[in-house]
Design a protein around this ligand. Structure first.
Ligand SMILES: Cc1cc2nc3c(=O)[nH]c(=O)nc-3n(C[C@H](O)[C@H](O)[C@H](O)COP(=O)(O)OP(=O)(O)OC[C@H]3O[C@@H](n4cnc5c(N)ncnc54)[C@H](O)[C@@H]3O)c2cc1C
Length: 389
């Protein structure tokens, strides 16, 4: 009987075990987990609701949500994408629902539903779990791999962002892209907007001076600075840039683009507050900061209005630190993708060594994309390794 050793009992490791065992019931599958708990991140994910995936079914659009892995995930998503995961869960009695922003959760709003589904399936298929078992070396001889006092023919490394997995892969010759945090909110202690915390805007553009990307989306004012989907996305794409500048950077907010001179020509009697569509309190504060009274447009000279238009589209704040986003945070970095055959999720350096999940240098923005990477890579690895036996 061939033996598959899966290192890591998280989303990728457990899902890979289920797929491998169902594709080849004769395979002996053991999941080694260093803690006493399986799927612990699934449990706390999405605020306890588990944002399983995202309702984005076009692989070309889907990959745009991965700051690391965009190019490399296109092929894998053609083979296993959100529809496949939705169907896999449906076939096992778990229905998902889609929220307005595209995030998908179990209809129970409870991550335990996913855990119960996986563990029942593992029980039915006969997957073995070895809990409290930390793997700290992978050896080998001509008969296969050696993990402490146990042997395996095939290994799947699914240790997530944990340094253990990076050490194990590095010891086998793999290059590790140094991990840095992704998905965080921006601290702006000098912001004059801190007491306006709670105001959210649907469609604001944000960028970081020196980083070539502008992103549009919802922005949330917080008592420590800026948050909301647009900021989290910006933090993910600029994760390494911001790390390198120690989270000290100029953030440029484009509240809106408005030609106030044209507005003046068309509606000279209108007040600033009636032509600038921003939340009342926010606009009042911004006008105070920029020293504009809320007067009819006709009372302003054109160069003043030009200046105000510029302020509205180029409002600069000093980021001084970051705050972890507790609903979902991931590490950017991991095993270099150049050394992995992403069609099979197999090492190009060590035959029969496979990878899945966050251990790879792949990470997504918030919204269910990180789990989707875990499901897809786990599925492809399980399929490839059972085919190769
Ligand atoms: C608070 C929080 C909420 C999140 N919410 C969401 C969400 O709603 N949607 C989403 O898409 N993503 C979410 N994420 C991200 C998502 O959880 C991860 O991307 C995903 O869990 C990665 O799966 P993985 O199996 O690769 O790694 P993990 O889930 O981290 O699992 C790795 C496992 O390997 C084990 N391990 C490590 N080293 C060893 C060793 N030497 N021997 C044995 N075992 C070892 C670890 O203990 C761990 O159990 C969230 C993350 C956090 C932190």
């Amino acid at each position: 009987m061939k033996k598959l050793a899966i290192i890591g009992g998280g989303a990728a490791g457990v899902f890979a075990a289920l797929v491998a065992k169902s594709l080849d019931p004769s395979l002996h599958v053991t999941v080694y987990e260093r803690t006493r708990h399986l799927l612990s991140k699934v449990k706390i994910s999405g605020g306890g609701r588990c944002n399983v995936t995202h309702s984005c079914f076009d692989p070309k659009k889907l990959v745009q949500n991965y700051p690391r892995g965009e190019k490399e995930l296109l092929g894998p998503f053609h083979k296993f994408q959100p529809t496949d995961m939705i169907q896999w869960l449906e076939e096992r009695g778990v229905d998902l629902k889609t929220e307005e922003d595209g995030r998908m959760f179990p209809t129970t709003d409870n991550s335990q539903t996913i855990i119960d589904c996986f563990l029942n399936e593992a029980d039915r298929l006969g997957v073995t779990f070895s809990l409290g078992k930390k793997i700290d070396s992978i050896g080998g001889d001509d008969q296969g791999f050696i993990l402490g006092d146990e042997r395996a023919d095939i290994i799947l490394l699914a240790t997530g962002g944990h340094p253990d997995g990076h050490k194990l892969a590095a010891a086998l010759g793999h290059t590790i892209i140094p991990p840095v945090p992704s998905l965080f909110t921006f601290n702006v202690p000098s912001s004059p907007l801190l007491d306006l915390s709670g105001i959210s805007l649907e469609n604001v553009e944000g960028s970081i001076e020196g980083f070539p990307l502008k992103l549009r989306g919802p922005l949330l004012l917080t008592h420590w600075g800026f948050s909301g989907p647009m900021i989290l996305k910006l933090s993910a794409f600029a994760a390494r840039f911001l790390h390198d500048c120690q989270y000290q950077a100029k953030i440029v907010i484009n509240w809106l683009t408005l030609d106030l001179i044209t507005q003046k020509n068309n509606h000279p009697k209108k007040f600033l507050s009636s032509v600038i569509p921003l939340p009342k309190n926010l606009l009042k504060r911004l006008l105070e900061i920029w020293e504009f009274d809320d007067q009819p447009l006709s009372s302003f000279k054109n160069d003043r209005l030009k200046k105000l238009s510029h302020h509205l589209s180029h409002d600069t704040y000093l980021m001084e630190g970051k705050t972890t986003y507790k609903q979902e945070f991931v590490t950017s970095g991991g095993i270099s993708l150049k050394e992995v055959d992403l069609r099979r999720m197999e090492s190009r350096l060590v035959p029969n060594l496979f990878f899945a999940g966050e251990v790879l240098n792949i990470d997504g923005v918030t919204g269910g994309f990180n789990f989707q990477n875990a499901w897809t890579s786990a599925y492809l690895a399980a399929q490839a390794l059972t085919n190769s036996l």
